[in-house]
Structures are given as structure tokens and as C-alpha cells.
Design a protein around this ligand. Structure first.
Ligand code: ADP
Ligand code: ZN
Length: 601
């Protein structure tokens, strides 16, 4: 396994090198073209003066230099350095006349340079293309070689699920998949279809690669890692070919895990307006989709893809039969951070003065990768200093080192106030959801940023209903406003934050819909704004006024609810600051709600 990783790394380096050469050549071409352009343009730039004016200037001795050629114009340089052109009189004594007036006369043929220039450009372009061609065919050979290498040694993985800390939900899901891979026959018997693709999404360094490896490790099958960015540098059909080759290899081996990191590089949403480059990307993406649909049922091959951003992915990737299982991999909360720190300090001699719990507290917003590098840097320092173990000072120095260059972390470290504001804000949302209706389920409240934004809370509204009532919609708005309302109650009007911007987007959308689309406001009436505007009729002003007024009332109501339950708001915020994430059980405990949904006292 180790050998395999190293060999492919070397190849990657040569590919990058030849890529650099390509970029260099490209830049040269661009530079050449620009220079030519500027030359041609600036040549035409001098302002033209009339021949009469030229003669007047000549008389006054204001002409310094004249360039004469076969052209119909001559170039005139005045004593102030300005360049102008005028008609070429083409008279016999013209040159002598000039010379007698002490004007410098140059006889140079502009025509020749002009005629030669396009030839020069063409020649250099041809040369560039030839050298580029050579470069690409070399790259293509290397790319193919990387793939052929794959069966030289079957990569077996020694990473297990126990090597991944936190991410409990993702791990549970992976355990199920391990069974799918190990015993596909059982699933065939019951006519069950094995999932083909698993998409892991979340911030960088949170353990997505680690989870994919653990899946292969647990199932004891080969692991084939590739990166979406590898396919982007590839030219003319090579990306698609590479995908097919990859799947062919995996199929030849049978059960295996294919891992595609940075899937967004090949799977971005397709836009009609895209030109050129994206065509190649499309071909690669199509090849991937075709290969995935072409799996025989229960072959035991799972494709795991990872991305930092699920929102930019093409919908085609997320459809059933493709990456239909999606797991969010989040930044670790305080408990997960403690477990990650413990895991990575297992093989390191830590001084007894180091309190990992406390370190976990101080590393909010750190990813797993950052935590690992924090301990690693400390270990390196300890070795360099020939210390007998890793001390608190090493950790402290390493902490600063890891923070350097990461503005977000640096800021978060200094400004623990942010943590408090976020806690109040999220508690506000969660509390409103429960206060409106105890049967609303708040399954999770968190102050750790996720791909969806800072902090977060999940609520499951009760029964799935076909119709939603006006009251349901108004409740949604109040839940959305709960964050801002909590901020205002605690910190006052002047200190409300930008944290509510997406909440307000959602609230605005809903209220406009209530009033303008759904006929749910008596005063505005039953007219539908979409139809009105399609007919060129307006009604927006009235709509905006009504919507804004209702929204204000709902906000007041939201604030009132929170003020009346301030004690709970404080309690939940305190828990959030300590634990960073709280689950449904804890939410209910804080609000003194029994599992059946009744208040205990
Ligand atoms: P991603 O693929 O999400 O960018 P990686 O899986 O490459 O992140 O993580 C990089 C390294 O960080 C891992 O090799 C591991 O050492 C450490 N790491 C990240 N998350 C965890 C975790 N949850 N548990 C243990 N180690 C982790
Ligand atoms: Zn919010």
C-alpha cells in the first residue's frame, strides 16, 4: 500500500511539471500575440494632420524628424516629441527640402515589417503547437501508466473504523455498507439492491478520505483512490478513458472500493452557457455516470466520492443508482475533538501535565486534520529539543504554528464572544420551534459551522402532511426569526449581527408566498402575483407593504415568546457553549419535556 502511494505520487509530480511547461508556453503565446497587437495598434495611433498644417509647422521649424517610405503617409515627429502622420507628397525634391530645413529624414520601409509580422506570428504559433503536442502525448502515456500500475500490487488498507473518531452517524452507515460488500449474496437472495455510490461531503480535513479507507479496510477489499482534479488536466477524451480504465481494473479484481476525491472537479453543475473546457468535463462525467449505471447488481464494488461542497454538484450525480447515499461529515465538536486528540496521541509520549480535555475545549473549529497536525508538530519539536516527552510548551508552540495563516481559526480563538452569540442565536431557533408546538422535534442544535453556514439546528416537523396550513407557514417564519430575536433580546438592537441573513431570506420568501401566491391574507386578497405580473399588471407595492407588516408582527410575537422563556434560552445557551452540539434528548431535558412530549411539571 505504502509503495503504491509513493509511486503514484512521483508520477503526479512529473505530470505537474509538464503541465507547468504547458502553462509557460501558453503564457509566451499570449504575450507574443499581445505585443504584436499593441505594435499594430500603436502603429496606427499617431494623429493625422493636414499637409498644409505640416508645411506650416515645417516653416516654423517645429518638425524634427520625418520617416518616409513607399507608404501613402509619412511619419512626422515634432519638436515636442509628438508623432503625427500626414500625406506623402511623393514629390522629387521633398527630401531635399526637408534636409535644407534641418529635418532628420529616415527612409525606412514600414511595408516590409508589416508584411513579415504575420509570418512571424504564424511561424511561432506553429512551433508552439508542435511543442505542446509533444508535451501532451507524453502526459497521456504517463496517465495511462498510472492506471496500468494499479494491478501491479493490490492496495490493501490497514485502516479500520476505530481509527476514525467522531462522525458516529457516518460510521454507522459505513458499517452497513461493509456488510453489503462482504455478503452481497445475502442481499441478492432478498432482491435487495446494493448501494453503488456514497457521497461524503463536508469541510476539508474532517476525515472523508479516512472514512473511505476504513470502508475498504473493514471489508478487506482493495482501495482505488483517484482525485477529480487528476481528470481536469487531462486532454481530449483522456478523462473519460481514464474513468473507463479505472472501472475495468476494479471490475477485474471484483469487490473493491473506488474513491474519487474532489468529485466537484468533474461533477460541477452543467450550465448551458459553458463553452469549450466544460465539454471535456462533461465527457468525463458522462463516462462516470455510465460506468456506475453499468455495474452488475451486487458486484461488490462501491464508489465513494468526497467533496467540500455538495451544492455545486450536478444533480445527475445524486440520482438513484449513482451517489444516492449522502453523508455529511462535520467538523468535530468538543467530544469528537477529545477523541481525535486521544487517538492521535496514543503513540506519542505526552507529559502528564497535558490535559487533552482542556485542549479539546481550546480547539473549537479545528478539523481532524488540524488536530492531528497540532500533535504532530508538537512531537517534532520535542524530538528536535531532545526532550524526554511532549510538554505543554510544545503543544502551545505548535498550536500557534498550526493557527498561522488560518484567519478563521485565529479569529475564533481570540473571539470567544462569537461562540456565545452563535449559541444564543441557535438556541433561539430551537426554542421557538419547541415553544410553538411541543411535538415539533428538534433533533440537533449546534454551534459548529457546517457546509450550510455557521452553527445550525435540525428540526423535524411532525406528521408529513400533503397540505400545509397558514399557521404552519407562519410557524416556519417564527422559527426562522428566532435567531435574530434571541440576539436582540440578549444584546440589544444595536448589537444584532449579520448571522441572520439567510434566516431573513427564508422568512421573506415564505411571507411573500403567503400573501402574494397563496391568497392567505384577507387584506391583500386572493390575487396571485405571478399571474398579475405575467399580464403586466402590478400589485407589488401593496404586496410588499402587507408582507412587511405581517412579518413585523410575527417578529414581535417571536420575541415575546422568547422573553417569556428567557430562563430556557439561557439554559440552552449555556449547554451549547459547553457541549457545542446537543441532541434531541438533551434539548428535551433542558426544556423539561418527557419523551412523550409532555412537560414534566
Ligand atoms: P478529508 O478527506 O475530509 O479532507 P482526511 O481524511 O484526508 O480529510 O483527513 C486527514 C487526516 O486528518 C487523516 O489522515 C487523519 O490523520 C486526520 N483526521 C481527520 N479527521 C479525523 C477523524 N475524524 N478521526 C481521526 N483522524 C482524523
Ligand atoms: Zn439562524
Amino acid at each position: 500500500m505504502r509503495y503504491k502511494l509513493i509511486s503514484s505520487k512521483i508520477e503526479r509530480v512529473t505530470i505537474i511539471k509538464s503541465n507547468k511547461a504547458f502553462v509557460l508556453i501558453l503564457m509566451l503565446v499570449i504575450a507574443l500575440i499581445s505585443v504584436t497587437f499593441i505594435y499594430l495598434i500603436s502603429k496606427d495611433k499617431p494623429e493625422e494632420i493636414s499637409y498644409n498644417l505640416f508645411l506650416k509647422l515645417l516653416d516654423k521649424g517645429a518638425v524634427m524628424e520625418v520617416n518616409i517610405g513607399q507608404d501613402s503617409k509619412i511619419e512626422v515627429i515634432l519638436d515636442n516629441g509628438r508623432k503625427t502622420i500626414t500625406e506623402n507628397p511623393r514629390t522629387e525634391g521633398f527630401k531635399e527640402e526637408l534636409l535644407l530645413k534641418d529635418v532628420v529624414v529616415n527612409e525606412k520601409d514600414i511595408e516590409i515589417t508589416e508584411a513579415i509580422m504575420p509570418i512571424i506570428i504564424l511561424l511561432s504559433l506553429v512551433l508552439m503547437v508542435i511543442s505542446m503536442r509533444r508535451d501532451f502525448s507524453g502526459q497521456a502515456e504517463k496517465e495511462m501508466a498510472t492506471i496500468s500500475k494499479m494491478d501491479d500490487d493490490l492496495p490493501q488498507i490497514d485502516i479500520r473504523l476505530k481509527d476514525v473518531a467522531g462522525n458516529e452517524e457516518a460510521k454507522r452507515s459505513l458499517k452497513e455498507m461493509v456488510d453489503f460488500i462482504k455478503n452481497p449474496e445475502d442481499y441478492i437472495k432478498f432482491g435487495a439492491r446494493m448501494p453503488r455510490g456514497l457521497l461524503l461531503y463536508g469541510p476539508p480535513g474532517t476525515g472523508k478520505t479516512l472514512l473511505a479507507k476504513a470502508l475498504a479496510g473493514e471489508a478487506n477489499v482493495p482501495f482505488y483512490p483517484v482525485s477529480g482534479s487528476d481528470f481536469v488536466q487531462v486532454y481530449a477524451g483522456l478523462g473519460a478513458g481514464r474513468i473507463r480504465e479505472l472501472f475495468k481494473k476494479a471490475r477485474g479484481v471484483g469487490k473493491s472500493v473506488i474513491f474519487i476525491d474532489e468529485i466537484d472537479c468533474i461533477g460541477k453543475k452543467r450550465k448551458a452557457s459553458d463553452f469549450g473546457g466544460s465539454e471535456e468535463g462533461d465527457r468525463t462525467l458522462n463516462a462516470l455516470l455510465t460506468e456506475m449505471s453499468g455495474f452488475k447488481e451486487n458486484e461488490g464494488i462501491i464508489v465513494v466520492a468526497a467533496t467540500n461542497r455538495i451544492d455545486v454538484l450536478d444533480d445527475a450525480l445524486l440520482r438513484p443508482g449513482r451517489f444516492d447515499r449522502q453523508l455529511e461529515v462535520e467538523l468535530p465538536d468538543i467530544n469528537a475533538r477529545y477523541r481525535i486528540l486521544k487517538l492521535h496521541s496514543k503513540n506519542k509520549p505526552l507529559n502528564s501535565g497535558i490535559d487533552l480535555r482542556k485542549l479539546a475545549e481550546e480547539t473549537i473549529y479545528f478539523s481532524g486534520a488540524k488536530l492531528e497536525s497540532l500533535l504532530n508538530e508538537a512531537a517534532i519539536m520535542a524530538v528536535k529539543e531532545k526532550s524526554k516527552d511532549i510538554t505543554k510548551e510544545h503543544i502551545e508552540k505548535s498550536y500557534l504554528k498550526v493557527l498561522v495563516g488560518d484567519e478563521k481559526l485565529e479569529r475564533s480563538h481570540i473571539d470567544m464572544k462569537d461562540k456565545e452569540i452563535t449559541a444564543y442565536h441557535e438556541a433561539g431557533h430551537a426554542l421557538i420551534a419547541k415553544l410553538i408546538d411541543k411535538n415539533n422535534r428538534v433533533t440537533r442544535v449546534s454551534i459548529i459551522p457546517s457546509t450550510r453556514g455557521v452553527g445550525g439546528f435540525s428540526i423535524n416537523l411532525p406528521q408529513d402532511k400533503i397540505y400545509r396550513t397558514r399557521k404552519d407557514l407562519a410557524s416556519n417564519i417564527m422559527v426562522a426569526l428566532g435567531g435574530r430575536a434571541a440576539e436582540e433580546i440578549i444584546y440589544g438592537k444595536d448589537y444584532i449581527t449579520t448571522g441572520a441573513s439567510s434566516d431573513l431570506e427564508k422568512a421573506t420568501e415564505t411571507i411573500i408566498s403567503i400573501v402574494g401566491n397563496l391568497g392567505m391574507d384577507d387584506e391583500y386578497g386572493l390575487l396571485n402575483i405571478k399571474v398579475l405580473s405575467a399580464m403586466g399588471l402590478t400589485g407589488e407595492n401593496n404586496l410588499i407593504e402587507r408582507s412587511s407588516s405581517i412579518l413585523s408582527d410575527l417578529y414581535k410575537e417571536t420575541k415575546k415568546l422568547l422573553e417569556d422563556s428567557r430562563e430556557y434560552l439561557e439554559k440552552m445557551t449555556r449547554e451549547l457553549i459547553i457541549k457545542e452540539t446537543i441532541d434531541e434528548e438533551e434539548v428535551n431535558r433542558i426544556l423539561e419535556i418527557s419523551p412523550e412530549g409532555h412537560t414534566i411539571n
